[in-house]
Design a protein around this ligand. Sequence first.
Ligand code: BV8
Length: 253
Amino acid sequence: MTLPFSDRFRSVLTSAQRVVAFTGAGISAESGVPTFRGDDGIWKKMRPEELASMNGFMKNPALVWEWYQYRRTIIGKVQPNAGHRALVAMESVFPSMAIITQNVDNLHRRAGSTLVYELHGNIERNYCITCGATYRDVEVHPRSRSPVCSSCGGLIRPDVVWFGEMLPEDQWEAAVRATESADLFFSIGTSAVVYPAASLPLVGKRAGAFLVEINPEPTPLTDSVDEFLQGLAGMILPAVLEVARQVRRENFA
Ligand code: BV8
């Protein structure tokens, strides 16, 4: 697939040294994982505050567990797609490549990406809200409110960041450092509305990165980017990879 990339973008692909790919639910859509806010979005039916907040969890832990088990079932059946795989291949094209993801589906790691910062946690991990004991797989019994901790009897919750909760400090600080030193920053498959994660693209641009957005539709970020590649990540990222290999081969031949 040949795309009309601008000369500026081609020149940046030729010289880029430190690349960041900031991703949202859209990069997993072609794997079959529903997004949050799209037409098929999982938040079309339920209010996010009910499902992705501590208040919502304490009010109805069974409903929140039902939602996360539903998402775990979907994620357990899907595979990384061509978009995830192109980002893995870019690790051998650019000297430094970091993934900063808002996704909790672990698909970047399963695809083989080696440097992944998870800003909103990981759906494969759980912990006890009382003693902090961590759990991988938990059994959710239909009639129980929530799985409970075998050590202290506290409620177990998914290890994801809910609304009103701080992002994991180590992941956030490392993501900001990578963003501030990037010379090429991709914002891929995100509606760019959830903060503080959504502040990263402009932090990168202000620090000097060439800012590229990949999305089938415009977002609040689109007017500020240097290159808007309108389309599906699974189509566009392999094309970006191909052009990057070609221009760097020509340039370093
Ligand atoms: C916090 C749980 C601080 C995990 C989620 C300003 C500063 C700081 C905070 C705020 C602020 N303003 C408001 C806030 C509060 C809030 C917030 O941002 N609210 C928004 C909605 C207004 N932020 C928070 O609460 C954060 N915490 O700030 O704490 C604090 C705390 C205490 C005291 C003081 C301060 C926590 C945010 C994390 C919330 N957790 N989910 C889970 O279950 O997954 S949010 C949820 O949205 C997911 O995590 C998801 O990752 C995130 C972003 O969504 P997207 O990934 O962008 O997905 P979406 O469906 O929206 O868009 C998909 C896009 O893909 C679309 O554009 C579509 O066109 C595109 N697409 C579709 N198909 C494709 C595609 N693109 C490419 N290819 C395709 N094939």
